[in-house]
Design a protein around this ligand. Sequence first.
Ligand code: CO
Length: 283
Amino acid sequence: MSEPVIRPVTEIRQGVPATDGAGVKLTRILGTHSLMNYDPFLLLDEFRSEDQQDYIAGFPSHPHRGFETVTYMKHGRFRHKDSIGNEGLLTSGGIQWMTAGKGIIHSEMPEVEDGLVWGYQLWLNLPAKDKMIEPRYQDIQPDQIPVVEEEGRWVKVMAGNYNGQEGASETRIPVIYFDVQLKAGIDFSQPMPVDMNGFIYLYEGSAQVGPPDHGAAASKGDLVLLGDGDLLALTAGDEGAGMLVIAGQRLNEPIVRGGPFVMSTEGELRQAFLDYQNGVLVS
Ligand code: CO
C-alpha cells in the first residue's frame, strides 16, 4: 500500500445569483456558464433566504429526464408532487433523492416554517444505460440519516461511507454526499477514490484545504474544486466550518443537455422534448 495522495485544490470560485422556477432567487454554484458540467454533477443550487418573496413562488410543474435531482433541506419544508399522484413533504434536515429516469413531471414548492428557507438541489447525471429507467423517489426523513459525531466533528452521511457509517441513500454510481460541521482548528479527512470528481462548498466559516504544505484558504460561499488524489484533507479555521462534501465517480460519457433534460445524444434530447410536447414523457 502506498501512502494516500491528498487532493490539491485546483480552483476556488463563487456561485452566481440566478432566478429559476417561478421566480425563486438562488445561488447557482455548479451549472453556471463557466462551469456547466463537473462530471457526474450537472448543477448545484443554494436557496437561502428569510424573505419569503425570494422563494414562495417555488417550482411549479416541470419535467425531467435522464438524471437525478437530490434536494437537501437544511431548514424549512419543501412539498413535492408529481403528475401521477406521488407526493412527499421534505422537512428540515431531510433529503429527497429523485431518479427522474425516463421521465417525471413534478412541482417543488418551498413552504414557510419560521421565515428561513435554506436548502440545496444537486443534479447528478445518470449513466447512458440508466437514462430511461423507471423513475424512483427516495424521500428520506431527517431521523433516517445517520450522523457521526466525533471530537469537534459532526458528519451527516447522506450518501457514501464515512468512517464505516453507510449513508442513507441508494445511488446508481458511487457518490459521497456529506454535510460536515467542524469546530475551530479541527481537521477532517475522507477517502475519495481517484476515479471520482470531488468538491466542497463552504456555507459557514473557513477552512484550509489540501496538502498541509500547499493548501488553499477557503471561506463562506466558496466552491472548492479538488484535483487528483485519493484523500480529501482539510482543517477548519478560527470560526469553525460548515460545508457540503460531494464527490461522484466520473461517467466519461457525452452530455447533451437542454433545459430539464440531460441525455447522451442530440437525437435523445429531441425525443425528450417531443415526448413532453406529445404528453407521453410519463407513460
Ligand atoms: Co424539478
